[in-house]
Write a protein of this length. Structure first.
Length: 292
């Protein structure tokens, strides 16, 4: 949808609910049959993550997952219409807003779960903190350009590519309450290195960067995620901030991993990385207990 200007424009013209539904339908009935390799990879990973589910339940979860991908892409054209109480319910909203209103820089940690773009936009709308988003662009240039344009329209500044590290550090040190939104489950070599899912993996990638940045700028970490409830409606879950002043890196990683890792298992039907990693690789089989 991002690489098709007509479809993207259509999603903007349609009511947000209708666009979300259409995106989900197209993903299940058009995209999924054409992406057999990714579908097979997601099926193999789901069997390892959720062995408690029988074949029929796993298949239903995979279908919901493809529907969520399509809805999420379609909702990119309408994120500004979804950043409101009618579409996003916050668990303990008063406590969440108190965290956002608190002192010191804040590193918001999340995953490609539910609708991660809406999560970033919603967080920006609720606070006066200067915000910055970091992401890795798609390989296709047209898709990357459309994605950057869409994100800048509702998230403010987003950065990627060469020089990003310097700009991130400058941003976090330019204001005493600056914030950074970063997704920890980036995929490399058909694998994700966070969450751990019970695997013995050292901090790397975005997680390693976040840990170093947090200590350098005296920031707190806020693990949070957005889970879809029904159609273009979501519930925002968050973990009390993790503070480098009182916690070691190991304690911070353990707490973030427990919270976000459990979210990936519980909401495997909304986790994008399920089709981009290969948990059958030696040393990468999950050992975390399934949700019962």
């Amino acid at each position: 949808m991002l690489s098709n200007p007509f479809l993207f424009s259509l999603m903007r013209v349609l009511p947000a609910r209708s666009a979300s539904w259409l995106g989900g339908w197209l993903s299940v009935h058009v995209a999924r049959p054409r992406m057999k390799l990714r579908d097979a990879r997601a099926r193999a990973n789901l069997a390892l993550l959720r062995p408690d589910l029988d074949e029929a339940a796993q298949e239903a979860m995979l279908t919901r997952r493809w529907r969520n991908i399509g809805r999420t892409l379609a909702e990119l054209a309408n994120v500004d219409r979804l950043v409101n109480d009618a579409h996003v319910e916050v668990v303990d909203r008063e406590g969440y807003e108190a965290v956002l209103d608190g002192p010191r820089p804040l590193l918001a940690l999340s995953l490609h779960l539910g609708n991660w773009d809406l999560l970033g936009a919603h967080g920006k709308a609720l606070t006066d903190r200067p915000g910055l988003g970091v992401y890795a662009p798609p390989r296709d240039e047209r898709t990357a350009a459309q994605l950057q344009k869409a994100r800048q329209s509702y998230m403010g500044e987003t950065i990627t590519g060469d020089g990003a590290a310097r700009r991130i550090l400058k941003h976090l040190t330019s204001h005493p309450r600056a914030s950074l939104y970063i997704l920890l489950d980036e995929r490399r070599d058909f694998q994700v290195w966070f969450p751990k899912l019970g695997r013995t993996l050292p901090p790397s990638g975005n997680l390693s960067v976040a840990l170093r940045l947090g200590r350098k700028v005296n920031a707190r970490f806020l693990p949070f995620y957005l889970a879809r409830t029904n159609g273009p409606h979501f519930r925002l879950h968050w973990h009390p901030p993790l503070d480098p002043l009182t916690m070691s890196d190991e304690e911070i990683v353990a707490a973030a991993d427990a919270f976000l890792g459990q979210a990936c298992i519980t909401h495997a039907d909304e986790w994008l990385a399920l089709h981009d990693m290969d948990l059958t690789q030696p040393g990468h089989a999950p050992t975390a207990p399934p949700v019962m």
